[in-house]
Design a binder for this molecule. Structure first.
Ligand code: NAD
Length: 251
């Protein structure tokens, strides 16, 4: 059991990468707290984990809301006593020319993708520091490493997550708390509807962008990376960027 005796919070665990990671964490022995704004999806993930014999708790949660974060941490520590792993995964996507982005779109996306990650680290990392150990994994993207047309807002948010992870890693390194960012390429989840609608490209056509086997990534391929970062196997990794993009950013 690679996560035996660990408790993990996964935001946006109702679907996609978050759900796949939650199932893998549970199989590897973690007690998993799944949060999501989508209550039905989050509870479905809990049911699947319980069917596998795992232990999990769902908390309805808007990551951009600080009161909600206080509740998530309280319910986690009431039930499981501690938090060892935080996967700040919840996020939303937008592709739009920069001159057409509205201030409401800007504020909403930044609130979820950036403020959500900040609040998670703010409320969880001090608890980890008290125990002298913890691992935070923040979902960035290849869009947080390089530019692309239509990506000013999303790229700004994921670039912020990249550098916030490094700042937090520097601040908490002495306390034994690790923070890393992950940078997936296109992964086959519901989020890709944003791309197919914006570009009229099929998923197969999008797959051609990626040198490795000309295909999209699978949720399990990201979950495996997050598992490594959550486990003690990555005990000397902090402040680093972990790219899983089928070779896209190597071009
Ligand atoms: N799919 C990709 O190609 C890809 C690539 C790079 C990075 N990412 C990042 O990975 C993360 C997961 O993406 P995914 O592809 O699994 O997307 P997804 O849309 O399948 O899942 C996102 C989950 O977050 C939840 N969520 C949205 N807003 C929320 C909020 N305010 N509070 C709490 N939960 C909220 C949704 O309900 C959903 O369950 C995101 O941060 C995304 O930006 C995805």
């Amino acid at each position: 059991m690679r996560l035996g005796n660990k408790t993990a919070i996964i935001t946006g665990g109702g679907t996609g990468i978050g759900k796949s990671t939650a199932l893998l964490f549970a199989k590897e022995g973690a007690k998993v707290v799944i949060t999501d704004i989508n209550e039905e999806a989050g509870k479905n993930t809990i049911d699947e984990i319980e069917q596998l014999g795992g232990e999990a708790l769902f908390v309805r949660h808007d990551v951009s809301n600080e009161e909600d974060w206080i509740q998530v941490v309280k319910q986690t520590t009431d039930r499981f006593n501690k938090v060892d792993v935080l996967f700040n995964n919840a996020g939303i996507y937008l592709i739009k020319p920069l001159a057409e982005i509205t201030i409401d779109e800007w504020n909403r996306l930044m609130a979820i993708n950036v403020t959500g990650v900040f609040l998670g680290m703010k409320h969880v990392m001090p608890l980890m520091a008290q125990k002298g150990k913890g691992s935070v994994i923040n979902a960035s993207s290849v869009a947080g490493l390089a530019g692309a047309p239509g990506h000013l807002l999303y790229g700004a948010s994921k670039g912020a997550v990249r550098i916030m992870s490094k700042d937090a890693a520097m601040e908490y390194g002495a306390a034994g708390v690790r923070v890393n960012s992950i940078h997936p390429g296109y992964i086959d989840t519901g989020m890709l509807n944003v791309v197919t609608e914006a570009t009229n490209a099929s998923k197969a056509e999008l797959g051609n962008l990626f040198p490795l086997e000309n295909r999209l990534g699978k949720v399990e391929e990201i979950a495996n990376l997050v598992l490594f970062l959550a486990s003690d196997e990555s005990s000397y990794c902090t402040g680093s960027e972990f790219v899983a993009d089928g070779g896209f950013s190597a071009q």
